[in-house]
Design a binder for this molecule. Structure first.
Ligand SMILES: [Fe+2]
Length: 215
């Protein structure tokens, strides 16, 4: 299987997810408005079933509404990363601009981690280890220098190009009606977002019985 994989999902599933998000309240951190324990919602399990996976394999992740693009990060636990698969389901994109989502080729060597580059913000994430500064080969597989050229950076990536050094990858469209599937251990991030907007989606992490990919 080649990842990321894009699969169309009927808009009624997206509408159901929107209703779940709007009819619940959740923990609000400094960077997002989240709903966790997503496996209890039929709107989530229905999408998982539709995509051909078993809802009992849902292990985590959350609904999110956020105004800032997420930094590059990986979401698989360190102990058994190869069994975890991510499904990102866009729900609301309230602006006409094309929104991208970037999946990098590299996999985490250190479990869940968020690479915040040289931001001056004091950020700490609940589950993810926060890595400030360069992304080095200690953290990721297949580290490459200058794997991202200025065209790719200008079109897709919101933060300074140096913050992504070590990575190479692919941008896919993030739009309601299309699910994005990739190994949870692959580094990924939000593409450029228009200013003063926010978008809503859900990411679902499955733990499969067989490896998603060979390490
Ligand atoms: Fe993620």
């Amino acid at each position: 299987m080649q990842y990321p994989q894009l699969i169309d999902i009927p808009m009624e599933f997206v509408t159901d997810l929107k209703q779940t998000f709007e009819s619940t309240s959740g923990h609000i951190s400094e960077t997002m408005d989240k709903r966790t324990d997503i496996q209890k919602y039929d709107s989530v399990t229905n999408v998982v079933k539709h995509l051909g996976y078993n809802p009992t394999h849902i292990q985590g992740d959350n609904f999110y509404r956020h105004p800032h693009p997420y930094f590059p990060h990986s979401d698989a636990p360190k102990d058994d990363p190869e069994y975890h698969l991510h499904i990102v389901v866009p729900i609301i994109k309230p602006y006409p601009d094309t929104q991208y989502f970037v999946v990098f080729d590299q996999m985490s060597k250190i479990g869940r981690a968020t690479y915040i580059g040289f931001t001056t913000y004091d950020l700490n994430f609940e589950a993810n280890k926060t890595i400030r500064g360069d992304i080095t080969s200690d953290y990721i597989t297949e580290h490459v220098d200058d794997g991202i050229d200025s065209d790719f950076h200008e079109k897709y990536l919101p933060y300074p190009i140096e913050w992504y050094n070590g990575l190479s990858g692919q941008a896919v469209e993030w739009k309601p009606g299309s699910a994005i599937i990739f190994p949870s251990n692959r580094v990924h991030c939000t593409g450029i977002m228009p200013p003063d907007t926010e978008k809503i989606g859900v990411s679902i992490r499955l733990k499969l019985n067989t490896p998603v990919y060979e390490l």
